[in-house]
Design a protein around this ligand. Structure first.
Ligand code: SAM
Length: 278
């Protein structure tokens, strides 16, 4: 089943936390000269117009990036610099997805691998990336694809796993895939996005990671409303394995501010914790 289109959701509060976390990780990886690899198992289309029919239908970005601006968020300067690079000065129409955010950090020695199964989004991704010898775009299953690349030659890298969870098996498949991937590439950084639609699924996901035997796992979550069975996605988070040492401090400062700005509900909350120590 491939009905999910990220163009309906681009720039929402879940994209904000996901992309802020990957910007921090990629900035950290690019501080050393040594090459790194970026693997995006569920890449999406790469760039989204917030004026498209899809974006206009749900207006989700108005609860996310639409509520933030560069002047009030100096700590997100790099995130805004990347977004602004896709927009003419003074206008805000385009929001970059994870592949184009990651491309900002690639130097001549770095490589990226992008997997996208949806035929329309694959074509859009290919055209948004254009011809770039450092980046491989594949219309293949991202879970299998990422395993085939590990360990990367550089022995450094970020693997982003960002499934739509429209098939419920995704919850188990992310854990199974990360366990196999970690056996091949234990020093890599893994960032796994999750939505909170049904908290029990996330409790189980968290438990599966804690029981996996993998060390050094942190979790960052941003809720715009209390958990509920009736309201769709109320919260979303990132599980990060082998995070840069800077990430916890940054998210501890950012998440309370993001909740205050993005959530209208007084019971909104955030989570910023170590699931498994080093
Ligand atoms: C949440 S979106 C990705 C958003 C993107 N990572 C971003 O941050 O801009 C998930 C994407 O995964 C694609 N997809 C679903 N199952 C897949 C699979 N097994 N392998 C690769 N792509 C898949 C969907 O078509 C969808 O475009």
């Amino acid at each position: 089943m491939l009905s999910y289109r990220h163009s309906f959701h681009a720039g929402n509060f879940a994209d904000v936390i996901k992309h802020v976390v990957i910007v921090e990780i990629l900035e950290y990886l690019s501080k050393k000269d040594k090459a790194f690899e970026y693997i995006d198992s569920h890449a999406g289309a790469g760039l989204f117009s917030l004026q498209s029919d899809h974006a206009e239908k749900l207006h989700e970005y108005t609860n996310g990036i639409g509520k933030l601006n560069a002047q009030d968020w100096p700590e997100l300067a790099l995130y805004f610099e990347i977004i602004n690079s896709f927009n003419e000065t003074g206008s805000f129409v385009y929001y970059p997805g994870s592949p184009l955010i990651a491309r900002h950090f690639l130097r001549s020695q770095d490589r990226a691998w992008l997997y996208e199964l949806h035929p329309t989004d694959f074509d859009l991704l290919k055209s948004n990336i254009g011809s770039d010898r450092q980046i491989r775009v594949k219309q293949e299953d991202g879970y299998k694809g990422l395993l085939s690349l590990l360990p990367p030659l550089s022995r450094r890298g970020l693997v982003l796993i960002d499934p739509p969870y429209e098939v419920k098996t995704d919850y188990q498949q992310v854990v199974n895939t990360v366990v196999l991937a970690h056996k091949k590439f234990s020093t890599g950084t893994y960032a796994i996005w999750y939505p909170v639609v049904d908290r029990s699924r996330i409790d189980q996901l968290e438990k599966n990671f804690i029981d996996s035997g993998i060390k050094n796992i942190q979790r960052f979550e941003l809720a715009i409303a209390p958990d509920s069975h009736a309201s769709g996605m109320t919260s979303s988070g990132m599980i990060v394995i082998n995070p840069p040492w800077t990430l916890m401090k940054k998210m501890n400062q950012l998440l309370p501010k993001l909740v205050a700005r993005l959530a209208d509900d007084k019971d909104a909350y955030f989570k910023c914790d170590v699931l498994v120590g080093e």
